[in-house]
Design a binder for this molecule. Structure first.
Ligand code: URA
Length: 231
């Protein structure tokens, strides 16, 4: 919300009071003096008038979860347990998932109450990498890499996937780096070669790597550096 709006919404200030306060230089947002009423104040920001707190700002929360198999990347589901069931946190209804994983996929999942941060992370123009470890039913052939690098046409969405990098690790194992997140993208890319994905694990996304200390089902808060890496 704009700062002038936030002020004039308070019963004690009229619009005129708000304008005068703004020019006076007595208002601070997150410690910085703000004189421009158009300044966008986030719900996480602390707003002060001299030494008085007008808005405390709620804490922004960022978590990484090692998603196990057999749970849904959704905030609620009538049948299955969801990834939010694995979090022991208050006000879970405020949290959402940045970049889902399929029911049987495992690995890094980011969960937050900061919608701006998660939206920025998935903005198509930013092309932030997502790295997957993949195992398949059939041998992975060297020519897959060329096809993935050129992009594959997805008829349903009528689009060609962005260049993706494939590193073959073993006969039936590879690491795949994508720069977008289409529905079932990894499975559909291998499906192009009639090669079924039998294991799919996200190792990192947007410069944040899954902490190897986290067992499947465990989670921790992101560090400030991790939040900044992708934001
Ligand atoms: N691609 C898939 O097919 N599934 C996932 O869970 C993630 C990417």
């Amino acid at each position: 919300m704009r700062l002038d709006r936030l002020l004039s919404n308070l019963p004690r200030f009229s619009r005129q009071d708000a304008r005068l306060l703004l020019v006076s230089g007595r208002l601070r947002v997150d410690g910085e003096v703000v004189r421009d009423g158009r300044f966008e104040v986030r719900e996480f920001s602390r707003v002060e008038l001299d030494d008085e707190v007008l808005q405390a700002g709620k804490p922004a929360r960022y978590f990484m979860l090692h998603k196990p198999e057999g749970c849904v990347s959704a905030t609620r589901d009538a049948e299955h347990r969801t990834v939010l069931d694995l979090l022991d946190e208050p006000d879970k209804h405020e949290l959402h998932i940045g970049g889902r994983l399929d029911y049987n996929s495992t690995g890094l999942l980011l969960i937050t109450n900061d919608g701006l941060w998660s939206r920025r992370m998935t903005l198509p123009g930013r092309k932030l990498p997502k790295v997957y470890y993949v195992e398949t039913e059939q041998p992975i052939e060297a020519h897959y890499a060329e096809t993935f690098a050129k992009g594959l046409y997805f008829r349903f969405e009528d689009l060609t996937t962005l260049p993706a990098q494939l590193e073959i690790l073993d006969t039936r194992a590879a690491r795949l780096t994508l720069h977008e997140g289409r529905y079932h993208q990894v499975k559909r890319m291998f499906g192009h070669f009639q090669n079924k994905v039998t294991r799919l694990h996200r190792e990192s996304m947007a410069g944040i790597s899954l902490d190897p200390a986290l067992a499947p089902g465990q989670y921790r808060a992101l560090s400030a550096a991790e939040v900044a890496a992708s934001g």
